[in-house]
Design a protein around this ligand. Structure first.
Ligand SMILES: [Zn+2]
Length: 313
């Protein structure tokens, strides 16, 4: 729903932490691949992986390992399309013996990466805070955008790990996103074109006196079918409309607040309290108790909903 803002400098920092971790740790991929047992297992049963990680003489190709771990979505997609289907038993072997997400997820590096990423609200639903406290075992869950049960070799690919809330992670768990993609938060988002709208816009409901209304997620465009399909899948699989309809009390307050805090009132207040607010945007945020500017939607839960309602009233 809300895109993860990843600057070049943050990207470099998280990749450095991640690759160092994978090199240094005994269960990190670089060290795991050095083991004869693992090499043999890959050579005999998972040739598509063996060919990526080893040269003709059986030496680990370190650059390839690094590239593999930092694959972007396109590269992950190409790999999955080329790779044979992995059955449940093999999936367990690959996850338990080679692509050790279980050990990585407990290490400090996972927390450090999350802290650098600053994804403080779930990018899938924009409803829950997802703060990280390094050293205190507080962090969001990592969703595997491409599920690790079906694509176990992507279990520790950095850009397959999406920080998110527990509700979204659980709802999405087994969804095969290669076949049924949802928005990939490192690249895609709802943006201005997908909006929350109040469906039954009777005056009383719109003014917040009645809860006989429902909230819908609607597109203001129709041309990009692929994108629309992903959005529909996301709304359906993550139960977004049903969950947002649980926020009716918030929406009612929001509608009333949006009426009261018209542009005229904001201009008036700015005149009345010169110097108290740095900008019109800041005053809007304080009055609405949320961010309404698009670039800030990832900073507070329900910011996207707030912006859409505020702008529609
Ligand atoms: Zn969520």
């Amino acid at each position: 729903m809300i895109k993860i803002q990843l600057t070049d400098s943050t990207k470099k920092k998280i990749e450095d932490i991640f690759i160092k971790d994978m090199q240094k740790q005994s269960t990190g991929l670089f060290q795991v691949l050095q083991r004869d047992k693992v090499k043999l297992l890959l050579e005999e049963r998972y040739e598509f992986l063996y060919n990526i990680f080893y040269d003709d003489t059986g030496k680990v190709l370190k650059e390839n390992v690094k590239e593999f771990l930092l694959s972007d979505r396109q590269k992950m997609k190409e790999l999955m399309i080329k790779s044979p289907t992995v059955n449940e038993k093999d999936s367990k072997i690959l996850q338990n013996e080679i692509f050790r997400y279980d050990t990585f997820s407990k290490r400090n590096s996972a927390y450090e990466i999350l802290e650098k990423l600053q994804v403080n609200v779930c990018p899938y639903c924009n409803r829950q805070y997802t703060f990280t406290l390094v050293g205190d075992s507080v962090r969001p869950q990592f969703d595997h955008y491409y599920p690790k049960s079906k694509y176990p070799y992507l279990a520790i690919s950095l850009y397959n790990l999406i920080p998110c809330c527990g509700i979204c992670n659980l709802a999405k768990e087994t969804l095969d996103t290669l076949k049924k993609p949802i928005l990939y938060p490192y690249e895609e988002e709802f943006g201005e074109e997908i909006k929350f709208v109040v469906q039954e816009d009777t005056l009383r409901a719109m003014q917040g006196f009645s809860d006989e209304f429902s909230i819908k997620i609607k597109a203001t465009f129709t041309e990009d079918n692929e994108l629309m399909k992903k959005i529909n899948t996301q709304v359906e699989e993550l139960k977004l409309e049903r969950l947002y309809n649980k926020h009716k009390d918030y929406i009612q307050d929001l509608v009333k607040n949006s009426y009261i805090n018209s542009q005229e009132r904001i201009d008036e207040l700015l005149k009345k309290f010169p110097g108290l607010y740095n900008s019109k945007e800041e005053m809007q945020r304080v009055l609405m108790m949320n961010y309404v500017e698009k670039e800030d939607w990832g900073k507070r839960p329900l910011a996207k909903l707030t912006a859409d309602i505020y702008n529609s009233v």
